[in-house]
Each structure stands twice: as structure tokens, then as C-alpha cells.
Design a protein around this ligand. Structure first.
Ligand SMILES: [Zn+2]
Length: 150
């Protein structure tokens, strides 16, 4: 689908994507989490070279840290959608979410620090070397998934 590139049209597309993702997201006020979502939107847009209008950051339904929900970053790319979570210790790194080969749930699979990393994961050459250290501890695995460290 071809999109207009005017600022107003891109902003409208960003709002529409936010509304589809979460009613709360489209109404949120500039709280600390709101600003954090903004930083993660900028990180994904910059790191992946995509339009910020194609990035939506929502609360993570599966991962929480210190009593607070984590974040899921969704990047719309035409008919494809990519999802990421931010690295907890490095605010310039993302973890690619993909289906676990054993349980099928969306889990952290690869460390993404650049578009090169994503390209290597997608073409299969970086799948092992860029594997996420959070994979075996990801609470999004099915409870009985053999990949989940117990
Ligand atoms: Zn699994």
C-alpha cells in the first residue's frame, strides 16, 4: 500500500496505528511511560531505518520487570510485521521476537543492534551468533516448552 509522505498524513497514520493497537496508547498523556514509548519509537525508527509512523510501542503482555510491564515494539513493513523488545541493560539494543521453534509462542530470539543484524537473522547467517541471551528465560514460552530454563 502506498502512503502519502506529508507530515500530517504520516502523523494521522501513526495515530491510527496506535488506536488499532491500544485505546490507551492513543489517549495517553506525557507520563514517564509515554516518554519511554517515544524513546523506543525513535530507537526502532533510527536503528531499522523505518518511518516512525510505522512503529507502535505497547505494554508487553508477557514480560514485566520490577512490577512494571515491559514494552513490545511493532514495526509495520508493508504486509509484514516485526516485533521487538528493548534490551534491559542497553538502551540501544533490541531483541527480535519470533515464534519459538518448540512452542510457537513469540519469544526473544536475536539481538539486534543494527539493520545488518536484522538482515543476518532474516537470511539465516546470524541466527546462531546473534541469538538472544534472554531466549531460555523468556516468560512468553509455553509453560511446558523444553526451551524454557527451569
Ligand atoms: Zn518455547
Amino acid at each position: 500500500m502506498q502512503h502519502s509522505n506529508s507530515l500530517a498524513d504520516r502523523a494521522a497514520r501513526a495515530v491510527q496505528r496506535a488506536r488499532v493497537s491500544s485505546d490507551d496508547l492513543a489517549r495517553s498523556t506525557p507520563t514517564r511511560r509515554h516518554r519511554h514509548r517515544g524513546r523506543l519509537t525513535r530507537l526502532a525508527a533510527c536503528l531499522l531505518g523505518v518511518d516512525p509512523a510505522d512503529v507502535v510501542v505497547i505494554d508487553d503482555p508477557n514480560r514485566s520487570y520490577g512490577g512494571y510491564a515491559g514494552f513490545v515494539i511493532t514495526v509495520h513493513d508493508g504486509d509484514n510485521v516485526y516485533r521487538f523488545t528493548p534490551d534491559l541493560g542497553d538502551d540501544s539494543t533490541l531483541h527480535l521476537l519470533r515464534p519459538c521453534r518448540r512452542c510457537g509462542h513469540q519469544v526473544t530470539t536475536a539481538v539486534i543492534t543494527s539493520l545488518i543484524d536484522l538482515g543476518r537473522v532474516l537470511d539465516g547467517t546470524g541466527e546462531q551468533s546473534l541469538s538472544s541471551d534472554q531466549f531460555t528465560d523468556d516468560p512468553a514460552h509455553a509453560d511446558d516448552c523444553p526451551s524454557l530454563r527451569t
